[in-house]
Design a protein around this ligand. Structure first.
Ligand SMILES: [Zn+2]
Length: 450
């Protein structure tokens, strides 16, 4: 958000938009025909929630920033990424809810935060025996997953979860990351450290398969995109990692008491998009085991705070007479044809987001009137479709809407309490500690003891 007085900078932009060249381009572009009969969003009341809502919410949210550093080279930068998780005890929130407004200090007590952070080389920051910042960045990304032990007790590394997902990647090669050393080979990336077969025998990291380094600029400016990709992947890996830890500890039958909330769409964009299909496969495998034990599906929700879907929801919720189109407590599940006609123009026959999404978007207006753009994951092959406006393929849909009603914070319109908290944690660099599994275990035990 710009500061006061900063709008002055937008004046020249306005002149550019009005310029003849921009206007010519717009005249050549395909306009949205205002008289065309368009698909319309039909808001409906969601199906009833399950008989018991999960009592724990685990929200995962990261942040990233790029800072200038002094190391003698001009323009040297370092990326700072952090991922936080907050465990929110809904039973406690409900108890406090009885006498609203909730005292923020009491509300804090219902949350149990934990976060982790890492620094990544940016432009002109070269570590150890590397010859470029890009190679330093590649090694730091590998170290991040290798060193991230989510729980001190079982010593499982995030890398192990990444390797399990990498095993789902279709076989193939990538351009050797050492093109700057004139290597023009295609190399295959394995689950462990390897070397390029050329005579330099340079190291290849399993994380090179993510190809985030292809979006890394050695010599100019910002690497915000690369750091953003690292953060998104870290958040999503952490969620899968926690689910796998539950499986290893034989706790899958407890998962119907926990809802997972992720920041952003259930998707991975750019060079590492292959991870999306791998995550989907792993979620389907885990969900099959969970259904067999509990009879219900996992609850995972992605929350979008910005983007075209958020803007579109806002737009269609305004009728010409100023009244809202969505009644409180109503949802709309956009289909593939609706998305391509109204939100992201496309003539393609391929399902919207087929290569990037592992979940489906929907609009929900909470009972308190907040507009939420949320995603629910594809946990079965039949859920992986955007054909129908009907959510009956998603048995937890009603429960998710009921959770959204509970979690919307009055402090931040259209945002969710735990996501806001996780974001606040991720923004505090020194709040370290990787105790999320231990905290979850304790919260579950407390509930059992009651
Ligand atoms: Zn090579």
């Amino acid at each position: 958000m710009p500061y006061e007085g900063e709008y002055a900078h937008y004046q020249p932009l306005k002149r550019i938009v009005e310029s003849e060249r921009v206007q010519q381009l717009l005249r050549r572009s395909r306009p949205l025909d205002p008289s065309a009969v368009m698909e319309r969003a039909t808001p409906k009341a969601p199906p009833a929630a399950g008989s018991t809502l999960p009592f724990l919410v685990l929200a995962i949210d990261g942040s990233h920033a790029e800072v200038d550093v002094r190391n003698g080279y001009p323009g040297a930068k370092v990326g700072y990424c952090s991922v936080a998780s907050v465990i929110l005890n809904l039973a406690e929130v409900e108890r406090l809810d009885v006498d609203r407004p909730v005292n923020p200090i009491d509300f804090r007590r219902t949350e149990d935060p934990s976060s982790d952070a890492c620094a990544l080389p940016g432009c002109n920051v070269i570590t150890r025996d590397h010859v470029s910042a890009k190679d330093s960045f590649r090694e730091a990304l590998f170290d991040l997953l290798h060193d991230a032990i989510v729980d001190e007790e079982d010593n499982t590394r995030l890398l192990a979860t990444y390797q399990a997902l990498l095993a789902h990647k279709p076989a193939g090669t990538i351009a050797c990351p050492y093109t700057h050393l004139d290597c023009d080979r295609e190399v295959s990336i394995g689950a462990n450290l390897g070397t390029c077969p050329c005579e330099r025998r340079k190291p290849l990291f399993p994380t090179d398969a993510l190809r985030i380094h292809e979006r890394f600029n050695d010599d100019s400016g910002s690497n915000g995109e690369a750091f953003g990709l690292v953060m998104t992947i870290w958040e999503r890996l952490l969620m899968i990692h926690l689910l796998r830890c539950f499986e290893q500890r034989n706790w899958l039958d407890r998962l119907n008491t926990i809802a997972f909330f992720l920041d952003g769409p259930l998707a991975i964009f750019g060079p590492p998009a292959w991870l999306s299909a791998a995550i989907s496969r792993e979620l389907q495998r885990l969900n099959t085991a969970i259904r067999a034990r509990t009879g219900s599906d996992l609850i995972i929700v992605g929350i979008e705070k910005s983007g075209n879907f958020v803007a579109h929801f806002e737009e269609i919720d305004k009728r010409e007479d100023g009244s809202p189109h969505f009644q409180p407590g109503s949802y709309f599940l956009p289909t593939d044809s609706y998305i391509k006609e109204r939100i992201i123009f496309s003539d393609s026959t391929k399902q919207y987001g087929a290569d990037t999404y592992f979940g489906r978007k929907f609009f929900y207006k909470t009972k308190s009137g907040a507009r939420i753009v949320a995603n629910v994951p594809f946990l079965t092959p039949e859920q992986d479709s955007l054909a129908s406006e009907d959510p009956s393929a998603f048995p937890q849909f009603g429960t998710v809407c009921a959770l959204l009603d509970k979690l919307v914070t009055s402090r931040f319109p259209n945002a969710l309490g735990p996501i806001v908290s996780a974001h606040a944690q991720a923004s505090i660099p020194l709040h370290l500690g990787q105790k999320v599994l231990k905290q979850l275990a304790q919260a579950l035990m407390r509930q059992r003891g009651q």
